[in-house]
Design a protein around this ligand. Structure first.
Ligand code: NDP
Length: 391
């Protein structure tokens, strides 16, 4: 049976891996929509290679270059945030949500309203609006399959299990680029150094978030939202090899671990073929060659992002939207060279404190409008703090 599929964020790291898997079995898929941002050359190439019906760039000023690159192809084109929403309304059996940042939330929500199967890589959706995503999925009979490797691992470990029999969930963190650096040395970390991940090949923003453990902080929140467990049941440990992605502990003391190579095509392939398992072209682990698996505690002094995520998990409401907006603003400021690596956590902490004192985080309902409003508030508050500490 040919499945209709769409890929939001096809030009990114997750998107390219998804296109790679689709192109290995082109007769099995009818590609409805591909979306990208500024990389219109790649978007046009992918659209031609997959025979996509529609190619959308998120930016209106990229319309002309995209039109030029696709001239004569017969592929429909569109541009801008509204075009992304309209593209999400196009019927598809399976949709990959792999736009980076809060911009991924609205298209994913729209896709859920059509009862689709949503492969969810965009972690900001669950962090900013987890209850809304789950509500919409339930209301419209849609299915969300997590694509983040840790959440895919938990999802797989829970097949056939009762969530009430879960005692704890452990997600692993590689520790990123700076896992062996001292706190003093971390103060001097540069953008170039933070952008090199020892194990995974990912987009730049998530690579930097891996070094600061903001990525892990997001994943703790995602775990609470998606699996509905209490924050005290979720922990993160450093596992430098990135082979064990997560473990689920049950009431009988058993611990189910999920192992796989650090290659996102495993989790993407699982989500693509779910509920079946099919061949996915990733390396197979050689356990004897690996020899030993290493785990260590995550040092809270070096990774303040983890404590901030605990605050968000306990506070709930719109605190996830505030956390994410502040984190994105702080990351932009680090990338622009305006603040240091450790100052990103200071900015997020300042924003959470300020918003909590002024508005409270959980006073408003989690609707798309309220999430967007909180995101703006957090970014403005972050901008003020960044101005004060900018070098
Ligand atoms: P990338 O930065 O590699 O790609 C992001 C995609 O989003 C690109 O297609 C980009 O377009 C597009 N994009 C950028 N800005 C906008 C915008 N404002 N509106 C719409 N589209 C936009 O990201 P990743 O693939 O690394 O990550 C995607 C998501 O998946 C993130 O939420 C990330 O946290 C999550 N994730 C990623 C993993 C990974 O291994 N990379 C693992 C687990 C989760 P263009 O490049 O053309 O500008």
């Amino acid at each position: 049976m040919v499945r209709k599929v769409s890929i939001f964020g096809s030009t990114g790291s997750i998107g390219c891996n998804t296109v790679d898997l689709i192109l290995r079995h082109p007769d099995s898929y009818d590609v409805v929509v591909l979306t990208g941002g500024r990389n219109v050359t790649l978007l046009a190439q992918q659209a031609k290679a997959t025979g996509a019906g529609l190619a959308v760039t998120a930016f209106e000023d990229c319309y002309d270059p995209l039109a030029e690159a696709l001239e004569g192809s017969g592929i429909e084109i569109a541009a801008g945030p509204d075009a992304l929403i309209e593209a999400a309304d196009r019927p598809a059996d399976w949709i990959m949500s792999a736009i980076v940042g809060a911009a991924g939330l609205a298209p994913g929500l729209h896709a859920l309203r059509h009862g689709t199967t949503l492969a969810l890589a965009n972690k900001e959706s669950l962090v900013t609006a987890g209850p809304l995503m789950l509500f919409e999925a339930k209301k419209h009979g849609a299915t969300i399959i997590p694509v983040d490797s840790e959440h895919s691992a938990i999802f797989q470990a829970l097949v056939g299990e009762d969530i009430n029999a879960v005692e704890r969930i452990v997600i692993t963190a590689s520790g990123g680029a700076f896992r062996d650096w001292s706190l003093d040395r971390l103060k001097t970390a540069t953008l170039e150094q933070a952008s090199n991940h020892p194990n995974w090949d990912m987009g730049q923003r998530i690579t930097i978030d891996s070094a600061s453990l903001f990525n892990k902080a997001m994943e703790l929140i995602e775990t609470k939202e998606f699996f509905g467990v209490h924050p005290d049941q979720i922990e993160a440990v450093i596992h430098p090899q990135s082979l064990v992605h997560a473990l689920v502990g049950f009431t009988d003391g058993g611990l189910m671990a999920h192992l796989g190579p650090p290659d996102m095509r495993h989790a993407i392939g699982y989500a693509l073929h779910w509920p079946d398992r099919r061949h996915v072209p990733v390396d197979r682990l050689d356990l004897v060659q690996i020899g030993q698996l290493e785990f260590r505690a995550a040092d809270p002094d070096r990774y303040p992002a983890l404590a901030l995520s605990r605050f968000v998990m306990q506070t709930g409401g719109l605190s996830g939207a505030a956390f994410n907006g502040a984190k994105e603003a702080a990351l932009n400021a680090f990338i622009a060279g305006n603040i240091g690596f450790l100052e990103m956590a200071r900015v997020v902490e300042g924003v959470l404190e300020q918003i909590d004192a002024e508005n409270g985080h959980n006073s408003a309902m989690i609707t798309l409008d309220n999430v967007v409003q909180m995101d703006h508030l957090a970014r403005n508050s972050a901008a003020e703090i960044i101005r004060k500490i900018a070098r």
